[in-house]
Design a protein around this ligand. Structure first.
Ligand SMILES: NC(=O)c1ccc[n+]([C@@H]2O[C@H](COP(=O)([O-])OP(=O)(O)OC[C@H]3O[C@@H](n4cnc5c(N)ncnc54)[C@H](O)[C@@H]3O)[C@@H](O)[C@H]2O)c1
Length: 246
C-alpha cells in the first residue's frame, strides 16, 4: 500500500470558496490545494502582497480585509459573492498568536487575539451566510488549534481561550445551521508556517515527533469542505501529530 495520500482531482470542481488567511501558511496551502481540486476562490487577508502572490498562483480573487472589522468583512463578502456568483464554502484560517504570561499581557492584546481568532470566524461566517444558505452542500471549516483542546503550556491564556472559543463556536454554528450547512473545526498542532517560528524544536510531546507541513492540514480541510465529509458536522478534528493524546 502506498504511503502517499490519494489524489482524486476535481473534488471541488465548480465550488466557490472563501479562504481567509490566504496570504500565508495554512490558508495559502489550502488555496493552492483547493485550486488544484477545481475550486474558484476568493482570497481574504490583510496582507496585500502575500495575497497577490496566492492569487497569482491560484487564479483566485484577492480581497484585502481585516477579518475582525465588521464593515470590512461585509464589503469583502459582497465582493466575493459578486465575483464568484455565490459562495459554497468558507475556510476561516486567518489568525494571530500572542504568547506571554498573564501578568505581562495587556488587555489590548487579549482583546486583539479574541477579535481576530474568534470574532473573525464568526464575522466572516455570518457575512457569507446569505450565499451559503442558497448553495447546496455548503460547508464552513474554522481553524482552531490543539491549544483549543488541550492548553498544556504556559503563556497561552489569550490564544487558547480564542481557540477553545472557536471549537465551541463551531459546535453552536453546526447546530444552528444544520442541515443546510456543515460546520467543522480543524485543530492543528505545530505547523511549519511563519506563525510557528521559534517553536520548531518543541516536538517532544508529539507522538509523530515532527511538525506538520501546511499541506497536511490543507488536506484535512479539503476532506471537510468536500463531499467526502458529507456526514461530518460539529466535529473538532485534531490534526496534531498526536499532541492532544500523547
Ligand atoms: N502554524 C501553527 O503551528 C498553527 C497551529 C495551530 C493552529 N494554527 C492556526 O492556523 C491558522 C493559520 O495560521 P498559519 O500558521 O497559517 O499562520 P500565518 O501567520 O502563516 O498566516 C496567518 C494569516 O492570517 C492573516 N491575518 C492575521 N490577522 C488578520 C486579520 N485581522 N484580517 C485578515 N487576515 C489576517 C495574516 O496576514 C496571515 O496571512 C491560524 O488561525 C492559526 O492560529 C496554526
Amino acid at each position: 500500500m502506498s504511503a502517499e495520500p490519494s489524489s482524486t482531482p476535481g473534488r471541488l470542481a465548480g465550488r466557490r470558496v472563501v479562504v481567509t488567511g490566504a496570504a500565508s501558511g495554512i490558508g495559502r496551502a489550502t488555496a493552492l490545494l483547493f485550486a488544484r481540486e477545481g475550486a474558484r476562490l476568493a482570497l481574504f487577508d490583510r496582507d496585500a502582497s502575500g495575497l497577490a502572490h496566492t492569487a497569482q498562483q491560484t487564479g483566485g480573487i484577492a480581497i484585502e480585509v481585516d477579518v475582525s472589522n465588521e464593515a470590512s468583512v461585509a464589503a469583502a463578502a459582497q465582493r466575493a459573492a459578486a465575483a464568484l456568483g455565490g459562495i459554497d464554502g468558507v475556510v476561516n484560517a486567518a489568525g494571530i498568536m500572542r504568547i506571554g504570561p498573564m501578568e505581562a499581557t495587556p488587555l489590548e492584546v487579549w482583546r486583539q487575539v479574541l477579535e481576530v481568532n474568534l470574532t473573525g470566524c464568526w464575522l466572516v461566517s455570518r457575512g457569507c451566510l446569505p450565499w451559503l444558505r442558497q448553495a447546496s452542500g455548503a460547508a464552513i471549516v474554522n481553524i482552531a488549534s490543539a491549544a483549543g483542546l488541550l492548553p498544556n503550556a504556559a503563556g497561552l491564556t489569550a490564544y487558547a481561550a480564542s481557540k477553545g472559543g472557536v471549537v465551541n463556536l463551531t459546535r453552536a454554528m453546526a447546530a444552528e445551521l444544520a442541515p443546510a450547512i456543515r460546520v467543522n473545526t480543524v485543530c492543528p498542532g505545530m505547523v511549519d508556517t511563519p506563525m510557528a517560528e521559534g517553536f520548531r524544536a518543541n516536538v517532544g510531546n508529539y507522538a509523530l515527533k515532527r511538525i506538520a507541513d501546511p499541506d497536511e492540514i490543507a488536506r484535512v480541510i479539503l476532506f471537510l469542505v468536500s463531499a467526502d465529509g458529507s456526514y461530518v458536522t460539529g466535529a473538532a478534528l485534531a490534526a496534531d501529530g498526536g499532541r492532544s493524546f500523547h
